[in-house]
Design a binder for this molecule. Structure first.
Ligand SMILES: Cc1ncc(C[n+]2csc(CCOP(=O)(O)OP(=O)(O)O)c2C)c(N)n1
Ligand SMILES: [Mg+2]
Length: 324
C-alpha cells in the first residue's frame, strides 16, 4: 500500500494494464494471421494512461476515443469478448461486427465512440459535457487525443469552448511523439503542448505517461476539479508507442533502437511491477496470477470470436445512416 492507494487499488491498476496488454497482443496475433479485416492501431506501451485515468472514472462518465482506443475502451469497462468479436468482424461484436476496431461504441459503458477522423472525437466529448451540464447530471466527459490530433482545429475549438463554458470535460493528450510516420516535433510549433493548452484557459499537467503513479495522481487532481464544477482540465502524457502506427507498419522512419530502449526502460507494466515489488506493496505471485488470468481471458475471447458467425448479409444496411 502506498500513501494514497489501497492494495485493491494497486491490484486494479495492474489488472487493467495487463488486460489491455493481453488483449492487444491477441489482436496483434490475429492481425498477423490475416484474420482482422481492415487496419488495427495498437496502444502497446501506452497502457498506463488508459488505466490511470480510467481508475477515476465512474460508469456514468462518458469517453470519446480515437483510432487507437482499445485500451481506453477496456479500461472504461467495455467487454473484451464483445470487442474482440467486433474487431474480427463477428455478428456478436459490440457493434454487430460492422464497426471494427476504429468504430467501437458501447453506450452502456460510456464509450460514445471510437473515431477514425483524427481530432473529431474532441467536439463530441465537449457536446457530451455540455449535455451533462444542461441536464444537471453529474457525469463528466473525456476526450482522448493524440499529439497529432492536438494540432487539429477541431481540438482547438473544443478546448476553447470547454474553457469558455466551464464544461465538465477532461482532455487527455497521449503524446507518443508521432502522428502516423511523422515526428511530432517536425509539425508542431511548440514542444510544450501543456503550455499551449493553458493558453486556452484551462489547467494542463505534463507527466510521464509510462508511470502509472504519475498518471493516477494527475487524473485525481484534474477529475476532482471537474467534478467540483470548476471547469475543464487537461493532461499531457508522454508515452512511447511500442508498435507501428498500424499493425503491419514496417517502421522504416524510426530507428529500431528507439523501440528496444523504450521496451527496456519505459514499459509501464515493468515499471509498475518493479516499484510495487521493491516497496513490498504487492507480491510477484499475485501479479503473475493476474497477468495469467488476463492472457487466458483474451485467448478465450479470440477463440469465441473464431467460432462466431459473420453478420448476415441482410444486416448490411441496418444500423447505418439512411437505414433500409
Ligand atoms: C482528419 C484526418 N486527417 C488525417 C488522417 C490520417 N491519420 C490517421 S491516424 C493519423 C495520425 C494521428 O496521430 P496522433 O493524433 O498523434 O495519434 P496516434 O496515431 O499517435 O495515436 C493520421 C494523420 C485521419 N484519419 N483523419
Ligand atoms: Mg501520436
Amino acid at each position: 500500500m502506498n500513501d494514497t492507494l489501497a492494495q485493491e487499488d494497486l491490484l486494479g491498476l495492474w489488472r487493467t494494464m495487463v488486460r489491455i496488454r493481453a488483449f492487444e497482443e491477441c489482436v496483434q496475433a490475429e492481425a498477423r494471421a490475416g484474420r482482422v479485416p481492415g487496419h488495427v492501431h495498437l496502444s502497446l506501451g501506452q497502457e498506463a494512461v488508459a488505466a490511470g485515468v480510467s481508475f477515476h472514472l465512474e460508469r456514468d462518465d462518458v469517453i470519446t476515443t480515437t483510432h487507437r482506443g482499445h485500451g481506453h475502451a477496456i479500461a472504461k469497462g467495455v467487454d473484451a469478448t464483445a470487442m474482440m468479436a467486433e474487431i474480427l468482424g463477428r455478428a456478436n461484436g459490440c457493434c454487430g461486427g460492422k464497426g471494427g476496431s476504429m468504430h467501437i461504441a458501447d453506450a452502456e459503458h460510456g464509450l460514445l465512440s471510437a473515431n477514425g477522423i483524427v481530432g473529431a472525437n474532441a467536439p463530441l466529448a465537449v457536446g457530451a459535457a455540455l449535455s451533462a451540464r444542461q441536464l444537471g447530471e453529474r457525469r463528466i466527459a473525456v476526450a482522448w487525443i493524440g499529439d497529432g490530433a492536438s494540432n487539429q482545429g477541431a481540438v482547438f475549438e473544443s478546448l476553447n469552448l470547454a474553457a469558455a463554458f466551464a464544461l465538465p470535460c477532461l482532455f487527455v493528450i497521449e503524446d507518443n511523439g508521432y502522428g502516423e510516420y511523422t515526428p511530432r516535433a517536425s509539425v508542431t510549433g511548440t514542444d510544450d503542448l501543456a503550455a499551449r493548452i493553458r493558453g486556452f484557459g484551462l489547467p494542463a499537467s505534463h507527466i510521464d505517461g509510462s508511470d502509472i503513479f504519475a498518471v493516477e495522481a494527475a487524473a485525481r487532481t484534474a477529475i476532482a476539479r471537474i467534478r467540483e464544477g470548476e471547469g475543464p482540465a487537461a493532461i499531457v502524457a508522454e508515452v512511447v508507442r511500442f508498435s507501428g502506427h498500424f499493425e503491419g507498419d514496417t517502421q522504416t522512419y524510426r530507428p529500431s533502437e528507439e523501440v528496444a530502449a523504450a521496451r527496456r526502460e519505459r514499459d509501464p507494466l515493468s515499471r509498475f511491477r518493479r516499484r510495487v515489488l521493491e516497496a513490498g506493496w504487492l507480491d510477484a505471485a499475485t501479479l503473475d496470477a493476474i497477468a495469467a488470468a488476463a492472457r487466458n481471458e483474451m485467448a478465450a475471447a479470440a477463440m469465441a470470436a473464431h467460432e462466431a458467425p459473420s453478420p448476415p448479409a441482410e444486416t448490411l444496411l441496418r444500423d447505418v445512416s439512411g437505414e433500409v
